[in-house]
Design a protein around this ligand. Structure first.
Ligand SMILES: CC(C)(COP(=O)(O)OP(=O)(O)OC[C@H]1O[C@@H](n2cnc3c(N)ncnc32)[C@H](O)[C@@H]1OP(=O)(O)O)[C@@H](O)C(=O)NCCC(=O)NCCS
Length: 178
């Protein structure tokens, strides 16, 4: 069973505080019209544009390399999914099954999830995460993990809303001398 489970949403007043980029499209639920599918090469421009919008940095070479490694790599436990509304690619999620990393039994890792600011709060990220977890389950793993920046309260709110809790690992880092 996955650790992802539905839980209560944060109060509306917190939503207003946490949302750095307010959604400008109608927040009417239109998740039922959303399609979640594996990435295609034609999605890449939209994926790069969303990432650039969220991070402020365009990384075309990185995304091309990620596409080459993750598209059609389902057999090796890698998943690059997109959310499509009509003709428009409005979000993406990337994850993979990693075996015995940090000594832990195989588990699913989600290492990117982004939704276009104008398509947020309509369930796109929820559906992307659910689809990626379904894939992990099919691969036989029973746990999903992720890592996030501790000051990114938006992504933390989202993962908490999906039932994710603090895990057993702590990150450590060191500045390497040249
Ligand atoms: C976090 C993110 C993926 C959520 O996408 P989304 O499609 O809007 O999410 P959903 O509509 O599925 O929301 C599911 C739940 O997450 C929580 N949530 C989502 N946006 C929220 C916000 N702005 N404030 C508070 N809670 C929020 C809510 O509990 C929501 O459930 P509810 O609508 O029933 O209250 C999106 O806001 C995003 O791409 N943010 C930028 C991510 C980022 O910083 N990436 C860089 C590091 S990887």
């Amino acid at each position: 069973m996955s650790t992802i489970a539905a839980s209560s949403a944060p109060p509306k007043r917190f939503k207003k505080m946490l949302s750095k980029v307010p959604p400008t499209r109608s927040a009417e639920p239109h998740a039922e019209t959303l399609q979640i599918r594996p990435v295609r090469h034609t999605d890449l421009d939209a994926v790069i544009a969303i990432d650039t919008m969220v991070t402020g940095l365009e990384k075309r070479a990185y995304w091309n390399s990620l596409y080459r490694r993750y598209a059609d790599a389902v057999a090796t436990g890698q998943h690059f999914l997109v959310a499509v509304q009509g003709e428009e690619t409005v979000g993406f999620a990337i994850g993979e099954v990693r075996d015995w990393e940090f000594g832990a039994p195989p588990c699913g890792w989600v290492f990117a999830i982004d939704v276009h600011p104008q398509a947020r709060l309509a369930g796109a990220a929820t559906q992307l995460l659910k689809a990626i977890c379904d894939n992990f389950r099919k691969a036989g793993v029973s746990k999903v993990r992720t890592m996030l920046s501790r000051d990114n309260t938006l992504i933390l709110s989202f993962f908490r809303s999906q039932g994710m809790m603090i895990g057993p690992f702590i990150p450590l880092e060191l500045d390497l001398e040249p």
